[in-house]
Design a protein around this ligand. Structure first.
Ligand code: F6R
Length: 252
């Protein structure tokens, strides 16, 4: 199915969605082999299955991982790197370490995520922006979507030309993510460092994932919407190569 520039894939359930996403990413990466492939990643519940299925695929096919570069698009700020809910920890425990363990040439030097302990978040945003540029930009950016339509942590009101920056998290985002923090919403940092809409639009390809009833309303809006600040994900309508992969529960 195609909506404007979006290719829409509806999977029967979350498990199938995760497998499809893993296969999609795997084949894009392999097509570029042995050239460097910069994969942009997101965090959050939606991404868990996809990452697990991707690791399974790698275990099965045993490709060389040396050309795989992983970059995350956002991180809470401030937070200790070893805080159980930093995205740094989420990535280290659930993706980087398992990939490293496979002994297929994966290098932690090829992992990039904004530094949640940076003293100066503005300088950190600049550093991250430069780092991406130095690495040739993002080949494929995988995204999730917030119930209010954010991508990365580009909350409502984010401009089309926004770049990597410190952002104040919406109350709805802190509410949605509170269950991951033992102390509830008050423990969720009030800020994050995120790639901007312009950075996401510069990725050569985008894959947006969504699952479950909770995402149904926002996906419906997204499919209809034109580019609109009040629905940051709708700026993806300006990108030439976007695949939206969702499960049945998130559809219509
Ligand atoms: C986090 C990120 C966010 C999430 C979104 C959905 O790195 O980029 O945009 O993708 O908040 O989160 P889940 O998947 O937990 O519903």
């Amino acid at each position: 199915m195609s909506f404007n520039n979006f290719s829409l894939i509806v999977a029967p359930n979350y498990h199938d969605l995760s497998k499809k996403a893993a296969n999609f990413v795997y084949s894009k990466w392999q097509k570029k082999y042995p050239k460097k492939f910069v994969l942009g990643l997101a965090t959050g519940r939606t991404q868990v299955g996809f990452r697990q299925e991707f690791i399974k695929l790698v275990k099965l096919k045993r490709p060389r991982l040396a050309n795989l570069y992983l970059t995350n698009l956002d991180e809470y700020w401030p937070l200790k790197k070893n805080h159980p809910n930093s995205y740094f920890q989420e990535m280290k425990q659930n993706f980087w370490d398992p990939l490293k363990k496979l002994n297929l040439g994966f290098s932690e030097k090829h992992t990039f995520i904004p530094n949640c302990q940076a003293k100066n978040p503005y300088q950190e945003a600049e550093r991250f922006e430069k780092l991406l540029k130095k690495n040739g930009g993002i080949d494929l950016q995988v995204l999730g979507i917030g119930i209010e339509g954010h991508i990365g942590f580009n909350e409502k009101g984010s401009a089309k030309n926004s770049r990597t920056r410190l952002i104040v998290l919406d109350e709805s985002t802190r509410e949605a993510n509170k269950n991951q923090f033992s102390g509830g919403k008050e423990e969720v940092p009030a800020h994050a460092i995120t790639l901007g809409i312009a950075n996401i639009l510069e990725a050569r390809e985008v894959l947006l994932l969504a699952n479950g009833k909770k995402k149904k309303a926002i996906i419906k809006k997204l499919i209809k919407a034109g580019p609109d600040k009040n629905l940051p994900a709708s700026f993806l309508k300006l990108h030439k190569k976007v695949t939206v992969m969702i499960d049945k529960e998130a559809y219509q």
